[in-house]
Design a protein. Structure first.
Lengths: 131, 607
């Protein structure tokens, strides 16, 4: 038996299929109405879902903005608090209360290092020598 | 066709005609609304649903040289009262709330407060600005929160707590005259974003940079003023202000203020006012600038009933008020005479106790004759006769150009608002005589600001360069830091002249210690005191019972790291040596330690 193979173009292929399956796209009025209603409902549902997502995202953005603003306020407040804590008047009072005294120039010892180091560098005793 | 059918046809035609007529009418109306009046109606609708919101730019911070915040923007509450809502809600809020509101009202006058609290007020009124956080909590409890948002809190009974950034200065009066302040004003009923005015100092001078640029948001809103998420949305973001780092150091500023306050209290009759400026003579950077009395920039309303305080709200005396510098001016007199080669450091002079110029006789501050003096001794004895004689020998033609080159005719150009220029007569002016030239030598007949004097003396300290003083070290905007580079205004003296004058001043410092020894053991400190008379306002002559005591000092003398000017205005006659010199000494000691400056001299060890 010989077999003939034909390469059908897509439209022809669809036409063939319709002729093989006669109920294909052959909807009654009711069916069509239901299909349209279903389609519209799906579209409405999609729009609703998207709007819902937009609204939710918007509230999340608002919440984030609120949090950001609150954090900024907190940062400013902490900056102010830190500055007040560093107030030298308070620090001085605290230091004096704890028996500390301000330094006088004579209390500071300045060590002078020679401009040119004339000694030789040697590893401290007890340290392993590098090969 | 029967009669009935005809009638039915007529009726049908009539109904059809009526329907057509109505349809045409409807169409016409639609055309009118949708086409002809479209823009007007769309505009009306937009007015109802669209809203413009200002996005406030964050004002830049101000930091000291070591990064400590000197000006920040904290959360503040402004209380608004809606008159009509209050009228409705008075019975609900209760007497406690009414009493609290009466206590809090600071902005409007008492009569207005009374009107509102009795339910007669109409419209919104700004009740009080900057409520204490504790008061906010109390109000929230007493008046019950209706709605809380990012922008504010709506309370029952017509109160609205609007959240606004409040500029706060953590160190209060310590930096007030240098930094300035921000003052917000809104007329009652105005619900727009408050307009702020920056006044004085850094706040005013750098206002444009600090305030940034406000943004704008256009949204569509619902009935409750919330944004409709799927509505139109446009945003032009705000551009935050720049952060500014000053050359001023909190610790130096604090020590200067502490020592000045102590010295002013220690005077027999409490001093009227005083100021200290500390400068780095190598760059012109100002390390501290203190004025007493001062004001609290967080509570400027406290100045309302104090005339002195009110003046300080608009001027920084250290840069804005001129005075006759007195004997501290002799540093420049000697420098000019040396520069003009009229004298040499080893030159001598015979002080007879009197000198005459244009028929005016001048005497020393103590009325005595100092006899044979070297140039250094003219400074040491603060000899008016010596200084006046030198100026007369230098001559007006050479002397006044120096004063101009030293910048006394114009403001120094420091980056702060409210600076004044100096005032003195020159031979071209009416009223000038040789007597003016002689008196200028010892700091009379010439009015300059403390900063002008300090800048001029810094030219002597640093080897002859006149620098532009500055207080801003760096400006940071959008992560980009712009640092200030010292600006040279010109060369005034030769290095040799400066070295010679410094030697003379260090000679004074060598015997002005507490025990008559070195000013600060281990260091060479250049010092000159001055006692200036105060001209009587609007009259010729000087106040007989009041003086200004001042002292200028810099250390280490050969390579100065700081230059100090202390000025104290007395309520009585006070002397530079008694009132201002000890402050310079204490501050010098502190700075030498704080800036970790090693000793330049051998400290004699005890027996």
């Amino acid at each position: 038996m010989t077999t003939r193979t034909t390469h059908l173009r897509p439209l022809v292929h669809a036409q063939r299929r319709r002729s093989i399956l006669p109920w294909y796209f052959d909807l009654s009025g009711k069916g069509l109405f239901l299909l349209v209603a279903l389609g519209v409902s799906l579209l409405a549902l999609l729009a609703l879902a998207q709007t819902g997502r937009v609204v939710t995202a918007n509230y999340r953005v608002l919440e984030l903005q609120k949090r950001e603003q609150n954090l900024l306020w907190e940062q400013e407040a902490l900056l102010g608090r830190l500055a007040r804590t560093e107030d030298p008047a308070n620090l001085e009072q605290w230091a004096r209360a704890n028996g500390m005294e301000p330094l006088a120039p004579g209390d500071v010892v300045f060590l002078s290092v020679p401009e040119k180091w004339t000694g030789t560098a040697a590893p401290a005793s007890g340290l392993a020598q590098q090969p | 066709m029967g009669e009935f059918a005809l009638q039915a046809r007529r009726r049908t035609l009539f109904v059809l005609g009526a329907l057509c007529f109505l349809s045409v009418g409807l169409l016409a109306r639609l055309l009118d609304l949708q086409v002809f009046r479209r823009d007007f109606l769309v505009g009306k609708a937009q007015e109802c649903i669209s809203m413009e919101k200002t996005i406030r730019a964050r004002r830049g911070h101000i930091y000291d040289a070591r990064g400590r915040a000197l000006a920040v923007n904290e959360k503040g509450y402004v209380l608004w009262i809606d008159g009509l809502a209050l009228k409705e809600g008075l019975k609900d809020v209760g007497p406690v709330a009414v009493f609290m509101l009466a206590e809090m009202a600071t902005w409007p006058d008492r009569a207005t407060v009374q009107t509102y609290l009795s339910g007669q007020g109409t419209g919104n009124i700004l009740w009080t600005r900057w409520l204490d956080p504790k008061d906010v909590e109390k109000l929230r409890k007493v008046m019950e929160v209706q709605e809380e948002r990012l922008e504010g809190i709506r309370l029952k009974g017509g109160a609205y707590l609007e959240i606004e950034p409040r500029r706060t200065y953590p160190y209060g009066s310590l930096f007030a005259s240098v930094i300035g302040y921000l003052h917000g004003e809104s007329p009652p009923d105005d619900r727009e974003v408050t307009a702020y005015t920056a006044t004085l100092g850094i706040e005013q001078f750098y206002d444009l940079l600090l305030k940034g640029r406000d943004g704008l948001m256009r949204i569509e809103r619902d009935a409750k003023d919330f944004r409709i998420p799927i509505g139109k949305y446009e945003e032009y973001p705000a551009h935050d202000g720049a952060n500014i780092t000053l050359t001023l150091d909190l610790n130096i500023q604090y020590q200067a203020q502490r020592l000045l306050a102590k010295a002013m209290k220690e005077q027999d009759v409490e001093a009227r006012r005083g100021d200290i400026i500390v400068m780095d003579p190598r760059s012109g950077a100002i390390l501290a600038m203190v004025t007493i009395p001062s004001f609290d920039p967080n509570q400027i309303s406290a100045c309302a009933n104090d005339e002195q305080c009110k003046k300080l709200l608009f001027t920084n005396p250290a840069i804005g008020w001129t005075y006759e510098p007195g004997s501290t001016m002799k540093i420049l007199t000697i420098a000019i005479a040396l520069e003009e080669a009229i004298i040499r450091p080893e030159s001598t002079f015979e002080c007879t106790g009197e000198v005459e110029a244009a028929g005016v006789y001048f005497h020393n501050w103590n009325g005595l004759a100092h006899g044979h003096e070297t140039m250094g001794e003219i400074l040491l004895h603060s000899c008016n006769i010596g200084a006046a004689t030198l100026n007369l020998r230098v001559g007006a033609g050479a002397y006044y150009p120096y004063l101009e080159r030293l910048g006394f005719k114009e403001p120094t150009g420091v980056d702060m608002a409210g600076e004044s220029s100096g005032l003195f007569l020159t031979p071209e002016d009416d009223g000038w005589s040789e007597a003016s030239l002689a008196s200028n030598a010892f700091g009379q007949g010439i009015a300059i600001t403390p900063l002008q004097l300090l800048t001029a003396v810094s030219a002597v300290a640093n080897g002859g360069n006149l620098l532009k003083p500055y207080v801003v070290q760096a400006i940071e905007q959008d992560g980009v830091v712009t640092a200030t580079i010292p600006t040279l205004r010109g060369r005034v003296f030769r290095q040799e002249t400066c070295r010679e004058v410094t030697e003379m001043l260090a000679g004074i410092g060598a015997i002005k210690g507490e025990d008559g020894g070195p000013f600060v053991p281990g260091y060479r400190v250049a010092v000159k005191t001055g006692t200036a008379q105060i001209p009587i306002e609007g009259q010729v002559g000087y106040e007989p019972h009041r003086t200004i005591a001042s002292t200028i000092g810099y250390a280490p003398a050969g390579d100065p790291r700081f230059l100090i000017l202390v000025r104290i205005e007395g309520n009585s006659v006070i002397w530079g040596e008694d009132a201002a010199l000890p402050v310079v000494r204490e501050l010098t000691r502190y700075l030498l330690t704080y800036l970790q400056i090693p000793p330049t001299e051998e400290v004699p060890s005890g027996p």
